[in-house]
Design a protein around this ligand. Sequence first.
Ligand SMILES: [Zn+2]
Length: 132
Amino acid sequence: MTQVLTPPKLRLLRVALDSKKSELIHEWLNTEDTDDSTPEAVDGCCRERKRGGAEIELLTRKAVLLGEIVEALRRFASGSYGLCTQCGSPISFRRLSDSPWEARCVACKDLKADTANAIMAQSAYAQPGGAV
Ligand SMILES: [Zn+2]
């Protein structure tokens, strides 16, 4: 395993991770605030309705992203940041600049995306309620 990222690049990515993490937490808190201040939110039933569909999907996506960022920060601490968690190959700086929380190289990511799409296509009809 070779670490291709130079200390200045690592610093840049670390800053990007930290700011994205703060941004997500900030957005999350603001979402809660907005809901409480709208008149519809007083009614529990409408609040539930507001939380349905697209918004839940968005919150879930943000939660997943936040989890990936926390994992990336953990890899920073352990010294394995920038290496694919699956095959150990170095992840390119360009790829990490786009998504500093990236845990896999292009090859492994594509493989995982294909598998995830297949699973999602199957479970979309199997679980209409989306109970987790
Ligand atoms: Zn890989």
